[in-house]
Design a protein around this ligand. Structure first.
Ligand code: SF4
Length: 416
């Protein structure tokens, strides 16, 4: 019997061929923490006297969730992480560099590798053809110190995508549709393996959006083959030498196959307070929106900002709505400045925050008021996610977010 993508990658990091369902020990290539989870990992290592990094060049401690720090307690945690990185020789990605998952793909992760991170959206790295998964702080701490971890090899759902997206419909709409279809726990501990003609020509930024949200269906990872698109992306970030081809075997065993025709999709909206509470934009038209937030590891990349800028060019954000924009990384911010995207968004009335998680996790840069509605391009809309349990969060693509910012209520990007 052939192997799925995750079976191939985990086999190459264990001491034998593995099959879905098996529990094994595997070497890890890239370990990350962020400023919410990193302090716990570091304190655990200090407690057990294991303050070291097995592979410091591939250990990255990010300051991105509360960056710059809005409180002294968080500032002290940032100091702890800076000191630990300095002591063990690991990378410290300081404030303003951007979101951990974006930078890990830009700088550190390669196809065929195993990547663990103390953050649930570590699955973003699956876009590169790596096995990337989120774990608790203590598991990642041990991965950092010893260079290995334990894993249960996930069963795989094959997500076969055909057809072309219609105008106004994007990868974000596809993943919201899929999560609505299978539910927030529909793929618990599975690997979502994306394939099909649409995937074969899908650019890396869109692959990252799909992988990023795999965990919102409960999945262990969301993974793509490593192909010519992967090669082109790695060349663009000057890591072309790290490319390797990776495809599942034709006779690999899948637990479930889901076919989606992208040409049949509409723009989608997740309504409060769960990601799988999805409706089409047609069913959501007219809901008043107080704040629009474009950014995050899901949709804060250059293409996302460009789509928003094209819609907002020579227009103004609605007088009763505010627009927040947070580039996912410093490089994206720089590119968006160079291309005039930031100027367009500023002239339209947008507020630009420093690269990082921005408002996404609800500690700063866009906390909602009581009863306010936000339409965001992020990946989660749980109660309180934007810092106020009395706020309501809707999720959409950047295009739907941009037209909504102009109209002040949820609007259809196909009507532009
Ligand atoms: Fe988590 Fe949001 Fe930051 Fe992504 S942008 S890592 S979802 S807080």
């Amino acid at each position: 019997m052939g192997q799925t993508l995750v079976e191939k990658i985990i086999s190459s990091h264990a001491e034998h061929d593995v099959k879905a369902g098996e529990i094994t020990i595997a070497k890890v290539d890239v370990c990350i923490t962020q400023d919410g989870t990193g302090p716990l990992a570091v304190r655990q290592l200090q407690k057990i006297g294991l303050e070291k990094a097995y592979n410091p060049k591939k250990t990255i401690l990010y300051l991105d969730h509360a960056a710059p720090s809005p409180r002294k307690e968080l500032s002290n945690d940032h100091m702890l992480l800076r000191n630990f990185a300095n002591k063990v020789g690991a990378h410290l990605s300081d404030i303003g560099e951007g979101v951990c998952h974006q930078i890990t793909v830009e700088k550190y992760l390669n196809p065929g590798e195993i990547h663990i991170g103390a953050d649930s959206h570590t699955c973003t790295g699956g876009a590169l053809g790596a096995f990337a998964t989120g774990m608790g702080s203590t598991d990642v701490a041990i991965g950092i110190a010893l260079g290995k971890t334990w894993l249960r090899v996930p069963e795989t759902f094959k997500i076969n995508i055909t057809g072309s997206f219609l105008k106004g419909v994007y990868a974000k709409d596809l993943i919201l549709y899929l999560i609505g279809l299978i539910g927030a726990d529909g793929a618990t501990y599975k690997s979502l393996e994306f394939c099909g003609p649409t995937v074969n020509s899908m650019e890396m930024t869109d692959r990252m959006t799909l992988s990023n949200m795999a965990v919102e269906a409960g999945a262990k990872c969301g993974i793509f083959p490593s192909d010519k698109i992967t090669k082109k992306y790695l060349e663009s970030v000057k890591r072309g030498d790290k490319w390797m081809p990776l495809q599942p075997d034709n006779d690999a065993l899948y637990e479930r196959v889901i076919n989606i025709d992208a040409s049949k999709l509409e723009p989608m909206i997740s309504h409060p307070h769960t990601v799988d509470n999805t409706k089409t934009v047609s069913q959501s038209i007219g809901i008043k929106i107080d704040q629009v937030f474009i950014g995050t590891c899901t949709n804060g990349r250059l293409k996302d900002l460009r789509i928003a800028a094209e819609i907002l060019k020579n227009k103004k954000v609605h007088a009763k709505t505010r627009l927040l924009i947070t580039p996912a990384s410093r490089q994206i911010f720089l590119d968006a400045v160079k291309q005039g995207i930031i100027e367009t968004l500023l002239k339209a009335g947008g507020t630009i925050n420093s690269p990082g998680c921005g408002a996404c996790v609800g500690v700063h840069q866009g906390i909602l008021g009581d009863g306010e509605n936000c339409l965001a391009t992020q990946n989660r809309n749980f109660k309180g996610r934007l810092g106020n349990v009395n706020g309501n969060i809707y999720l959409s693509s950047p295009a739907t977010a941009a037209i909504t910012a102009i109209k002040g209520k949820i609007s259809d990007p196909r009507k532009l």
